[in-house]
Design a protein around this ligand. Structure first.
Ligand SMILES: [Zn+2]
Length: 457
């Protein structure tokens, strides 16, 4: 039987990345992601697994983001006992992110039970901390560019994709065919992460889509403006930020801005246990740092530490900020203000004119972050209506995802066009636009993957 590839998730949508490689004898899963976002998507996480977990020989993870890794505990709960291959950076991040994801599931179930808001009685978590721990015990970390054997007769390799720490393209040779899965493609010329490595060849390529174009402005301009305003008003600057990737970029840029004397040195509070752990992991992997970051380290500076940085590990550390006067900067999750410690700060500080809020990431429809960035004068949180007198600012310059130009730049690095390119991880419009660009500009064969579709390699 010739090898096949089945798109089990992230086809026609962005999250839930899972792709099955199968040549009749060997079955491998590339990525094991959770569906995230709207309720109808999240409900898909509860459906029976689309592939029997006991029939899989190996799982290969492109990176640690939950929409690429968060289904693992569920797969293990379903009977998967094989290895989970990923890079060392990804393995370190998973040790923080999977238990956190499990904890959120447990909290949600507990909330539903207390308030009887679930149709299930009792409501159960999608997976537990125990499931996450068991999944972590199956992780096998490998180095970038090291060839390994995930199953007999299959050769695989991770190649730096420049997206977040540990992120790699998954290259897999199975049944004489070379398959490359891009996972999420990172960017060129941004601080911290190296540029994506070129991949010379593939028979079949699974590619990614992001539909927004990055603005050409200096990505730290808005951050400088927001910090300066906080200093001028003696108020707080609140930055809702994802713990992994974005928080480190903000810390790095704040230190750079201070050093260049573009902003005064303000107290900076990293108010997120997960971001604190992720920052330590970023710092502990110098092999993945780009040239700028290495230079900072050579100069004897801690790259992610603005001069007056404090880490708020405990809830008490966080609460102490309630009694602390500005000016100052608080970085906390969640990035879309849907939960986490940032909510407490927003509730307290949104009504004050001296407050500045800077959004530095994508804000999905239906989130508080989206409402605020669209100019809502009130928002609901903790059952209260909170008025918004703070200045709301938005920076669209931060992104860990290549835009269309950067995707095409990476594709041009192939010395031999893949026989076929499948586009996954995109909203339908963006996927179709990328397909057009690939066929029109590069003259490659490309198709938009359909959910559940199986193709022969
Ligand atoms: Zn990602």
């Amino acid at each position: 039987m010739s090898a096949t590839l089945t798109f089990l998730g992230a086809a026609g949508t962005v999250t839930g990345s899972q792709h099955l490689l199968d040549d009749g004898e060997r079955r491998l899963l590339m990525d094991c992601g959770l569906f995230q976002g709207l309720k109808e998507l999240r409900e898909r996480n509860w459906a029976p697994p689309r592939v029997d977990p006991t029939t899989l020989q190996a799982v290969l993870l492109s990176h640690a983001h939950i929409d690429h890794s968060g289904y693992l505990p569920r797969l293990v709960r379903g009977g998967y006992r094989g290895p989970v291959f990923c890079t060392r950076g990804t393995a370190d991040l998973l040790r923080v992110m999977l238990p956190d994801a499990a904890h959120l599931q447990e909290e949600e179930a507990e909330f539903n039970n207390r308030h009887h808001t679930s149709k299930h009685d009792p409501a159960l978590p999608l997976f537990t901390t125990d499931d996450a721990d068991r999944a972590l015990a199956q992780v096998e970390a490998v180095r970038f560019d090291e060839t390994f054997t995930p199953a007999p007769g299959v050769e695989a390799r991770f190649i730096n994709s420049g997206h977040i720490l540990g992120a790699g393209f998954v290259q897999c040779r199975i049944g004489g065919r070379l398959v490359v899965f891009s996972g999420d493609l990172g960017r060129y010329g941004v601080p911290i992460m190296r540029d994506p490595d070129p991949v010379p060849a593939a028979d079949v390529l699974l590619g990614v889509v992001v539909d927004r174009l990055h603005p050409p402005d200096d990505h730290a301009d808005k951050l400088a403006e927001a910090a300066t305003r906080a200093a001028d008003t003696s108020g707080w600057l609140l930055i809702p930020a994802f713990a992994v990737g974005r928080s480190q970029e903000i810390l790095y840029d704040l230190r750079e801005l201070e050093q260049a004397r573009r902003i005064p040195s303000l107290p900076v509070y990293l108010d997120s246990p997960m971001a604190i752990q992720a920052t330590a992991i970023y710092a502990a992997h110098p092999e993945e740092h780009d040239r700028d970051l290495k230079q900072v380290e050579t100069d004897g500076k801690r790259p992610f530490a603005p001069r007056r940085l404090s880490l708020c590990k405990s809830v008490e550390d966080s609460k102490r900020l309630n009694d602390t006067a500005g000016p100052g900067i608080i970085i906390a999750g969640s990035g879309m203000a849907t939960g986490g410690r940032i909510l407490h700060h927003l509730r307290r500080l949104l009504p004050a004119e001296a407050t500045t809020v800077l959004f530095v990431g994508y804000q999905a429809a239906g989130t508080r972050g989206r409402l605020l960035r669209e100019g809502a004068r009130t928002v609901k949180m903790f059952g209260e209506v909170v008025s918004v007198r703070a200045r709301i600012m938005v920076s669209d310059a931060y992104s860990a995802h290549a835009d269309r130009g950067e995707i095409l730049r990476w594709l041009r690095g192939f010395t031999r066009p893949p026989a076929m390119t499948y586009i996954v991880h995109g909203e339908p419009g963006a996927a179709a636009a990328l397909r057009e660009a690939i066929t029109g500009e590069l003259h490659w064969r490309a198709a938009v993957a359909e959910d559940g579709q199986r193709v022969t390699l």
